[in-house]
Design a protein around this ligand. Structure first.
Ligand code: 0R9
Length: 640
């Protein structure tokens, strides 16, 4: 699906050069979002994206990605025109070297209609080079093979012409720098999934994944594009479909290309995957808003025009979208991104553009497929009735709780003094004893503590009415003050952050999992809005004379011990649980916002999360058994 205009012949003077590479090594997170596993994989996506750009320019149809045996280095190869190797007139070196050693260097004339640089992507292969201990670029172009090697972004020599060669293309090998990344281990599954995603979004492109680490080869080629993708998502998620034919709509003009496929399923959530210029927009944005409004308006119009009876219940936008699985792919020439991870599209015109494509097409489609329309409308009315029933259950529990207590706040909550939600946080703590320590160690003005007694209820597969009868859960709901399920309203949340504080043992992980299940199913907005966190109390305290250090992992402990001067007496204490810390220790390591480490809970893929919760906490024990048996080989820290 190339929408590019014919490329003009490139020369070195067409390259714009902005600045050197030192800032990248100094502050890598500013360029790739973080030095964790996500940042590590971003390096690979960045190089693959450059090959995809060449596909979008209509110059390449095959990309090969190799994960090498060690799992710590990769090679990407495309069969495009090859990065130019001619001499750059101003920089007095080859264009290849300029591209790989200069921040933000790129073709200023850009042969593409739709720039792919957006979000954290598009930072350029120079950033990957700066963050790699080794890189080797091989270019096949103009009847020859050219090579240049780099160490930490610095060329070892000039570009060398190695031999005459008739093919064309670019090959980039890189090994991320272990002094920069916390841990270097590429994930075969993550790479495979990402490459398959790309092959669906860019129908016509063939991607080969040579996984030397697992000794596997995968080939991805999906000429049917996102129509094939949605079928795959639905079958992977074991979602039962409500109607057979898919709804598809598309528009292709010089300002934007918009493509949508959707289908209602019997699942109870909405699963929407959106892409801008082939890059996943996890944070949604204006294009997603346009899709949602287009769908809701089309259905409402259909209900009005056909005078559909809704059996006394009012239909909300959420009812209409319940069970919907959709993929939206847009290509825009000037994408603007916002949000912490720059994964949210902010072009205002895209909302009305997508709405204008989806609404009339969906209305027409429903009118010309009456039996499909009947099945979809039946599904929507069912959703509305279920929502009404759970709303009634919540009101009933509220009424009972309010009449049984003078205050609506639970008695065991030790609240903070500040009533300004923007500056407060709630710690949900495992056990009364750790709760007591947290109360003593907290900042009583801004930090509240809610101790939990024992394991909480497994809420997966339980009806909301039943869940709310559970004391611990109803205490959490009352404390947060924002409602639950369909009535959850993040604006009423009484705290800026909700932080789970559990022991770092199997019981603690289990309680965290049960709480995450509850929040994911019944307060997903708490997670989507980035307000749920998991505290990371230290595992070790190391005392060397008057100095004391805390370490969160074995590796960190070893690192600290290795840096201490030899011959000094050292004591290492392993905290078996929160209860072993005193209030001052808990404050200085886990509660104090300036010193602590918090993990923000995030939903990378709602569909995957849904499947995982269903498998691990659902009623069907055989599913759980299967997952445990399959993944048992990865367990390295079993605590029995
Ligand atoms: C293996 C990963 N592939 C790449 O990094 C890659 C970059 C690249 C490329 C061109 C062709 N293939 C490529 N593969 C290219 C682009 C253009 C003209 N000639 C060749 C153009 O955009 O007009 N380039 C990416 C940037 C540049 N080339 C350029 F800025 F040097 F032109």
């Amino acid at each position: 699906m190339s929408t590019a205009t014919a490329p003009k012949q490139y020369t070195g003077k067409d390259i714009e050069v902005l600045e050197g590479l030192e800032p990248v090594r100094k502050r890598p997170s500013m360029y790739i979002g973080g030095v964790d596993s996500r940042g590590l994989h971003h390096l690979l996506w960045e190089i693959v994206d450059n090959s995809v750009d060449e596909f979008l320019a209509g110059e390449c149809d095959r990309i090969t990605v190799t994960l090498h045996r060690d799992g710590c280095s990769c090679t990407v190869q495309d069969n495009g025109r090859g990065i130019p190797v001619d001499r750059h007139p101003r920089m007095k070196k080859s264009t290849l070297e300029v591209i790989l050693t200069t921040l933000h260097a790129g073709g200023k004339f850009s042969s593409k209609n739709y720039a792919r640089s957006g979000g954290l992507h598009g930072v350029g292969s120079s950033v990957v080079n700066a963050l790699s201990s080794e890189m080797k670029a091989t270019v096949y172009r103009d009847g020859a093979e050219y090579v240049q090697e780099y160490r930490a972004g610095v060329p070892l020599g000039r570009v060398r012409k190695v031999r005459r060669f008739r093919g064309r293309g670019t090959v980039i090998f890189f090994r991320p720098d272990e002094t920069i990344f916390r841990r270097i281990q590429f994930s075969s599954d993550t790479i495979r999934q990402h490459l398959e995603d790309i092959s669906y979004i860019h129908g016509g492109l063939k991607i080969i994944f040579r996984d030397e680490h697992r000794d596997e080869v995968h080939e991805f080629s999906h000429p049917d594009g996102i129509a094939a993708y949605i079928e795959r998502i639905i079958s992977d998620g074991k979602r039962r479909i409500v109607h057979a034919p898919l709804f598809t709509a598309q528009r292709d003009d010089p300002t934007a290309r918009i493509e949508v496929v959707l289908r209602w399923t019997e699942a109870t959530d909405e699963h929407l995957r959106s892409y801008v210029n082939g890059i996943r927009t996890h944070g949604g944005g204006t294009h997603e808003a346009g899709l949602r409004s287009g769908i809701v308006k089309a259905i409402r119009n259909y209900i009005d025009v056909h005078n559909i009876r809704t059996r006394g219940v009012s239909i909300t936008a959420e009812d209409i979208r319940e069970g919907l699985t959709a993929i939206l792919s847009v290509f825009v020439s000037d994408p603007m991104f916002q949000g912490q991870t720059k994964e949210r599209l902010n072009n205002p015109e895209m909302s009305s553009a997508v709405d204008a494509v989806v609404r009339p097409a969906l209305e027409n489609w429903l009118n010309s497929n009456p039996s499909v329309a009947e099945a979809i409308l039946g599904r929507i009315v069912l959703a509305a009735r279920a929502r009404q029933a759970s709303r009634d259950a919540v009101t009933e529990v509220r009424r009972k709780t309010a009449s049984s207590r003078r205050s609506t706040l639970p008695g065991k909550l030790v609240d903070c003094q500040s009533k300004n939600a923007a500056e407060t946080e709630l710690f949900i703590v495992e056990g009364d004893s750790a709760g007591g320590t947290a109360v003593m160690g907290r900042n009583s003005r801004t930090q509240a503590v809610l101790p939990l007694r024992g394991k909480i209820l497994n809420t997966e597969s339980l009806a909301l009415g039943k869940i709310l009868k559970n004391q611990e859960i109803s205490d959490i709901v009352e404390t947060l003050g924002a409602g639950i399920g369909p009535s959850f309203d993040i604006r009423r949340l009484r705290y800026a952050r909700v932080i789970l504080l559990m022991d770092a043992d199997s019981d603690g992980y289990h309680i965290s999992t049960l709480l995450l299940t509850f929040f994911f199913r019944h307060m997903p907005d708490l997670i989507r809005q980035g307000r749920l966190f998991i505290a990371q109390p230290p595992l070790f305290r190391i005392e060397a004379g008057k100095e004391k250090f805390y370490a969160q992992t074995d590796a960190e402990k070893e690192d600290i011990l290795a840096r201490l001067p030899a011959g000094r007496p050292v004591t290492v204490l392993r905290f078996k649980g929160l209860g072993e810390m005193n209030a001052a220790q808990l404050r200085e390591t886990t509660l104090n916002p300036d010193a602590r480490v918090l993990l923000r809970v995030d939903i990378e893929s709602p569909l995957d999360a849904d499947r995982t919760f269903h498998q691990l906490l659902g009623r069907d024990a055989s599913e759980r058994y299967r997952v445990i048996m399959e993944d048992a080989c990865f367990a390295d820290d079993i605590d029995l």
